[in-house]
Design a protein around this ligand. Structure first.
Ligand code: GTP
Ligand code: MG
Length: 612
């Protein structure tokens, strides 16, 4: 993969600028009317600017030097009209560009969010979250800016230069040619400067983010830093990072300082030359004083646009890189999608069969699931147990079709599940994860995710069945209690109970649960057990089990080790086998069993351990 996850990529060459431009055009196209209106407004602002200068010329030449009061009052009226007209145009373009920018950013965020929802789990396991987030936030911001202010700034600059040039040519074409000849030189120098400044500015931003990350890590880990006596070493690291940042910021500041005087010197030379030859012309009555003054104003008028163009040009490289990253996200194909012809179903009941299923993750050739075969009749409860990294989570991920087998097939109700629609499968499977995720919002909303059209009563019913109703009612706001981001205002046990209520409301055909290993209090644990049993009855279920009661009650227990089923059968059968399960049970689950019978037993046991 050539994709880079560097936040502030410094490469200046956007690989296929042409393709990016044509796609940017595609993004802009739906809003072309607003954009055109904004461009017309900004052009009118530039034109009215030129009229100011012309009015000044008339005031100097005819009203003041020609001593004509009537013209003076006439010019004042024009002046007033132009001020009002310009105010309207300025309002128009600022409003339109703002509107346009928000629309484009909205479109981009929507497109990306929609696309991200379709991407498979494999994308998320190999793409850092921070990378995705900055595509959606800062890159869409930059791309929006390029497509609005970038275009508007360039239009405005070009219009200013063009109108000024036209008026200069009309006033005195020989002087005008001198000014026009100096334009490319100024533009060239301005662009060179801007690019250098921008380069150093980006270097310093990159250095800054490295430094911040480093600081953050060392401050949050300050205890370990002290314990390991890393202070000296960290200080050295910090010095390097900090020096880098200083150097690039210094270069940027130095170049910025040099930039203005350089441009001013060049324009001063042009101005000087114009004044000198213009002055001679006034003496020989070739040109009026007012015209010369207008001329000088026009020269001033093109100084800023040149800098604007140079700035936009320099920033454009970066905005194009942002756009390219956004398009690369939008172009990522979901690893898992519906086949051409799919069977539509509204039930996933039936036998679940794994037929010689093997699987490895995309980024790693090592087989994680190895030639796995089993058959589970409708309605059986399966417990998956085994050592860590054995492949239990991977098996249930395959069943949910978050991933697809690399070889072999999975049949549900006698049909290869690749022939079903993804949505049908995933909506008929209820999943409760080990670390349950809730969305920020109320308890009510979170349970209702299971079935969006459920009434409040149905939600409460599900919560009662799950055993969650009691603690929900103990909240100050009951079902309207906010759960916080990711549900972090609730305990793990509460989150699992809410997830169980959510699954019960969805009424799935197959139920999958990754039991929490983290300890919850015995009361909550009993509630979770009860909720789980409600979900398991009458449904095919796969529980990655850690609790003895779940395991003992299962119709079949699969011991998973190194991607294979090493033992299968119910509790009694496996105990008789005296194999892996027996050892697991005697070493690990015995404690649970004892503590289940007598809550103080494990306490005693721990004490005994401590004493030994
Ligand atoms: P526990 O949850 O710890 O009990 O383990 P488990 O049995 O659920 O194992 P799991 O299915 O999560 O992992 C099986 C193997 O797949 C392990 O060797 C993991 O390192 C590997 N694995 C899991 N997820 C990924 C992934 O996204 N990419 C890659 N390349 N390997 C993975
Ligand atoms: Mg797991």
């Amino acid at each position: 993969m050539s994709q880079t996850y560097d936040e502030e990529e410094l490469s200046d060459n956007v690989s296929n600028t042409k393709a990016v431009f044509s796609r940017l055009y595609g993004v802009l196209k739906p809003h072309w009317k607003t954009m055109l209106a904004a461009m017309v407004s900004i052009a009118l602002v530039a034109i009215t600017d030129s009229f100011y200068t012309l009015i000044q010329r008339t005031i100097i030449d005819e009203a003041i030097l020609g001593n004509n009061r009537a013209i003076l009052s006439q010019m004042y009226i024009y002046y007033g009209i132009i001020i009002i007209a310009q105010a309207i145009f300025v309002f128009g373009f600022v409003y339109l560009v703002g509107l346009q920018g928000e629309r484009i950013r909205y479109d981009l965020r929507k497109m990306m969010f929609y696309h991200l929802q379709k991407l498979s789990l494999s994308y998320y396991s190999k793409t850092p979250l921070g990378w995705i987030m900055s595509r959606v936030t800062s890159d869409s911001e930059k791309m929006g800016d390029l497509l609005t202010w970038g275009i508007i700034d360039v239009t405005s600059a070009a219009m200013n230069i063009i109108t000024a040039a036209i008026f200069m040519l009309l006033i005195e074409w020989r002087l005008a040619l001198i000014v026009i000849a100096s334009l490319p030189i100024m533009l060239y120098i301005a662009i060179k400067f801007r690019k250098r400044i921008y380069h150093h500015y980006r270097l310093s931003r990159k250095a800054n983010s490295l430094m911040t990350a480093n600081m953050n890590e060392n401050i949050t880990g300050v205890r370990i830093v002290k314990a390991l006596r890393r202070e000296e070493k960290n200080l050295d690291n910090f010095k390097v990072l900090s020096t880098n940042m200083f150097k690039s910021s210094y270069r940027a500041a130095y170049l910025s300082a040099l930039f203005m005087p350089t441009i001013q010197t060049i324009s001063a030379f042009t101005l000087g030359f114009v004044l000198w030859s213009g002055g001679n012309m006034v003496n020989t009555s070739f040109i009026s004083i007012g015209s010369l003054q207008a001329f000088i104003s026009f020269i001033m008028m093109i100084l800023w646009p040149i800098q604007d163009i140079a700035r936009v040009y320099a920033e454009m490289q970066n905005a194009l890189a942002s756009s390219e990253r956004i398009f690369s996200l939008l172009d990522t194909q979901p690893a898992i999608s519906d086949r051409e012809a799919t069977i539509s179903i509204d039930s996933m009941r039936g036998e679940v069969v794994f037929n010689h299923v093997s699987f490895h993750y995309e980024d790693d050739d090592a087989q994680v699931i190895k030639d796995l075969s089993f058959k589970i009749p409708q309605g059986q409860n399966i417990a998956l147990v085994g050592s860590t990294g054995g492949g239990k989570t991977t098996i249930v991920n395959l069943l949910c079709r978050f991933y697809e087998p690399t070889s072999g097939e999975i049949l549900i109700g006698g049909i290869n599940y690749l022939d079903y629609r993804l949505e049908d499968i995933q909506s008929r499977i209820g999943v409760v994860l080990q670390t349950p995720h809730l969305f920020s919002g109320t308890v009510m909303e979170n349970i209702r995710y299971g079935k969006l059209e459920a009434t409040d009563e149905q939600v409460q019913e599900a919560a009662k069945l799950a055993g969650a109703h009691e603690f929900i009612m103990s909240f100050q706001k009951g079902y309207n209690q906010n759960v916080g981001e990711g549900g972090n205002l609730l305990s793990v046990g509460q989150k699992q109970l809410i997830s169980i209520a959510r699954a019960l409301l969805a009424d799935p055909d197959i139920f999958i649960m990754d039991e929490a290993t983290s300890s919850v209090d015995t009361l909550t644990e009993a509630l979770i057990q009860k909720g789980m049993h409600r979900l398991m009855t009458g449904r095919t279920s796969f529980i990655i089990a850690h609790r003895l009661s779940t395991i003992k009650g299962a119709d079949q227990i699969f011991v998973i080790d190194d991607g294979r089923i090493t033992e299968a059968g119910n509790h009694d059968a496996l105990m008789k086998l005296k194999g892996h399960y027996y050892r697991l049970y005697t070493q690990q689950f015995r404690h649970d069993l004892e503590s289940e019978m007598d809550p103080f037993a494990s306490l005693e046991l721990n004490k005994a351990d401590g004493a030994a």
